[in-house]
Design a protein. Structure first.
Length: 131
């Protein structure tokens, strides 16, 4: 994957308390761990006998979605993978605010139900027709 995308994967920003202490050495590796080392990945590594205690505190604290760059490049046709990613992030964050929901209108209690007359329904003011 391109180096420019690993420094800040998918435009992700971490709170200051969770940013890696050593950004000079291992900055790319730290970004990869912080983005992809989910609890499921840690459990899978442990099941294979790999000790993850050195990185147990790393990784996202919520579920993540991984989208291959090729999928993004097919939809966002930039001049480079980085340009496609930039377009994707802009598109995803353009409407980042939660949609405003309008309150449902409350039915008026004083209104009478609509009359069935004119809708082809029989009226109840006369007896049914018999043959």
């Amino acid at each position: 994957m391109a180096e420019g995308m690993m420094g800040n994967p998918m435009g992700a920003q971490q709170p200051p308390m969770e940013q890696p202490m050593n950004t000079q050495m291992g900055g790319t590796e730290d970004a990869v761990l912080d983005m992809h080392l989910t609890e499921d990945v840690k459990q899978a590594l442990q099941a294979k006998g790999i000790d993850v205690s050195a990185v147990a505190d790393r990784g996202p604290k919520e579920p993540v979605v991984v989208i291959p760059v090729s999928i993004i490049m097919n939809k966002y046709q930039g001049a480079s993978p980085e340009e496609s990613m930039k377009q994707f992030v802009q598109d995803m964050t353009a409407n980042a605010q939660a949609p405003v929901t309008e309150p449902m209108p409350q039915p008026a209690m004083a209104e009478a139900p609509p009359s069935p007359e004119g809708l082809g329904a029989p009226t109840m003011d006369r007896p049914p027709m018999t043959a």
